[in-house]
Design a protein. Structure first.
Length: 375
């Protein structure tokens, strides 16, 4: 009786969100095609149904129990127009969702920037949201010739990008996981061209990414390198090798806290806590071309100073000037080749101790006259 009452309560609460259990299309044939609807900890069937999603137990490790139905409510295109740089679309959210603070109207700008670079952004046209404040190439007219073609799916909204020469699908958000654009939660999913995926730094792990239900966090922080945790850098860019060996890259210009999920469909799901969805797609076709096109957008690497190419001595934990001096002298006696550079990290207690800094001034002077660098 308790179970029947619980199911009845779930049913009533689900109807209150405007999503009927019987209307959901949960007959997704392959478990690898499931997109996780409840990625946070503590998933239960009750929470799943309240979110308007499907629940089915699986024996596949990593596959979600709670997944989006194939007819999830989403945005639809209500207006389109050609522009000097490409195309623009207005999107409306036609049905209620279980997410709070949905942005009901979105704008999609598609820019055909160069022959090998496509730029599209999805944003709130009525309320300014945070965008990464870096300089990117400004384009006022669309490219006359493009290596890519796009298709806009009107209802529910989706965008598909393909390579003209081969027909290979580069980006395809027309999947069962809906576009979500709420005030503090944005989500978009796309199929990948193949499982041969690289990038998505900074994380310690294999060069070829694991797409078997892998989860990655993106938030730059100062921690010792460990497998499968977010490290110093935040680079939501990947390079994907297509079935015929050609390569393309996808870059999401968003610096908010983010998670990326990879699954063996193969697919990728982006979930971020703010900003906008600002994508660049690079058509390569070689990996070297992709990287060059990527750096055309984010900027070229700086040429390092010559001295920084020397041997470095780097360690966390030198907590006094005496320890630092001892290390330098020990390196000299051992004739270790570190004549070009010494790298040093200070602890907070040293940074706050002016007495220590006075003794470090002497070490700095000794380092300089011995043709070393101290950073």
């Amino acid at each position: 009786m308790d179970a029947i009452l619980q199911y009845f309560c779930v049913f009533v609460m689900t109807i209150s969100f405007g999503i009927g259990i019987t209307s959901m299309q949960c007959n997704i044939a392959l478990e690898n095609d499931r997109y996780d609807c409840l990625p946070e900890d503590g998933a239960t069937q009750q929470k799943c149904v309240l979110r308007g999603c499907c629940w089915a137990i699986t024996k596949t490790p990593g596959a979600p129990y709670c997944f989006y139905p194939s007819d999830s409510p989403g945005y639809r295109v209500v207006k389109s127009a050609s522009t000097a740089f490409g195309e623009t679309y207005m999107l409306n959210l036609g049905s209620k969702t279980s997410w709070p603070d949905n942005v009901m109207t979105l704008q999609l700008d598609v820019r055909f920037e160069t022959k090998s670079r496509l730029h599209f952004k999805i944003y709130d046209p009525f309320r300014r949201r945070y965008e990464v404040p870096i300089s990117t190439p400004k384009v006022s007219t669309k490219a006359a010739d493009m290596d890519y073609a796009i298709k806009i799916h009107p209802d529910p909204f989706g965008i598909t990008v393909s390579r003209k020469s081969s027909g290979a699908v580069i980006f395809n958000s027309n999947v069962s996981a809906p576009l979500i654009f709420a005030n503090q939660f944005l989500q978009i999913a796309s199929e990948l061209s193949s499982p041969y995926l690289y990038g998505l730094g900074e994380h310690q792990g294999t060069f070829l990414k694991n797409i078997s239900w892998a989860q990655m966090a993106f938030w730059a922080r100062d921690v010792p390198p460990m497998n499968d945790v977010n490290l110093y850098g935040d680079h939501p860019f990947y390079l994907n090798i297509e079935k015929d060996g050609q390569a393309h890259g996808v870059f999401l210009l968003n610096s908010n806290a983010m998670s990326v999920s990879l699954q063996p469909t193969p697919s990728i799901i982006y979930r971020t806590t703010g900003g906008i969805l600002d994508f660049y797609i690079f058509l390569g076709p070689s990996p070297q071309d992709v990287v060059q096109q990527y750096t055309d957008v984010i900027g070229k690497p700086y040429l390092p100073p010559y001295w920084s190419l020397g041997f470095h001595l780097c360690r966390w934990g030198y907590n006094s000037s005496n320890m630092t001096r001892t290390v330098i002298e020990r390196m000299r006696r051992g004739k270790f080749p570190y004549v070009r550079s010494v790298y040093y990290l200070l602890l907070y207690d040293v940074l706050l101790c002016f007495a220590e800094w006075s003794s470090y001034a002497i070490i700095f002077y000794e380092v300089l006259i011995n043709n070393l660098c101290f950073t």
